[in-house]
Design a protein around this ligand. Structure first.
Ligand SMILES: [Zn+2]
Length: 150
C-alpha cells in the first residue's frame, strides 16, 4: 500500500514525452504504464500528449502528400499544358512565317532588293525568337534544379 502511494506521488510527467516518442527503456515504459494506471492526472497528460503527437504526425503526413501532389501536378499537367502551348505557338508562327515568306518571295510585284531587305528582317526576327526560346528552355531547366535544392 505504501509502495503504491509512493508511485502516485512520484509523477512521471517528465517521462511522458519520451514515452510517446518511444525513447524509454522497457523498464521506464512499465513504470509509466503502472503509474498512469493509478494516477488520472498523468494518464490524462499522456493521452493529451499522444493526441497532440498524432495531430502533428497527421499534419506532417498531409503536408508531404500535398507536396507530392503539387510536384505531380507540376510535372505532368502543367508541363504538358505548357509544352502544348509552346508547340501551338511555334507551329502557328512557323506556318504564318512560311506562308508569308512563300507569298512574298514568289509574288511578282516586289523588287529583288525589297525581297532581300524583308528577308533579312524576317531572318533576324527568327533568330531572336530562337534565342528567346533557347533561353526560356535553359531557365526551365534551372528552375527544376532550384526545386530539387528546396
Ligand atoms: Zn502522476
Amino acid at each position: 500500500m505504501n509502495n503504491e502511494r509512493q508511485h502516485i506521488d512520484d509523477h512521471v510527467v517528465e517521462q511522458l514525452s519520451g514515452y510517446v516518442d518511444g525513447e524509454l527503456t522497457q523498464q521506464q515504459r512499465q513504470r509509466v504504464d503502472v503509474h498512469c494506471a493509478n494516477c488520472t492526472e498523468c494518464a490524462t497528460d499522456l493521452r493529451e500528449l499522444q493526441e497532440l503527437r498524432e495531430t502533428i504526425g497527421n499534419a506532417r503526413f498531409s503536408n508531404r502528400n500535398q507536396d507530392a501532389w503539387r510536384e505531380m501536378m507540376n510535372d505532368t499537367t502543367v508541363q504538358t499544358t505548357r509544352g502544348i502551348g509552346w508547340l501551338l505557338l511555334i507551329g502557328g508562327a512557323l506556318v504564318c512565317l512560311g506562308i508569308g515568306v512563300f507569298v512574298f518571295l514568289f509574288g511578282s510585284s516586289v523588287s529583288l532588293v525589297e525581297k532581300l531587305i524583308v528577308s533579312a528582317i524576317y531572318g533576324g526576327l527568327a533568330l531572336l525568337f530562337y534565342s528567346v526560346l533557347r533561353q526560356r528552355l535553359i531557365e526551365r531547366k534551372t528552375d527544376k534544379y532550384k526545386d530539387v535544392e528546396i
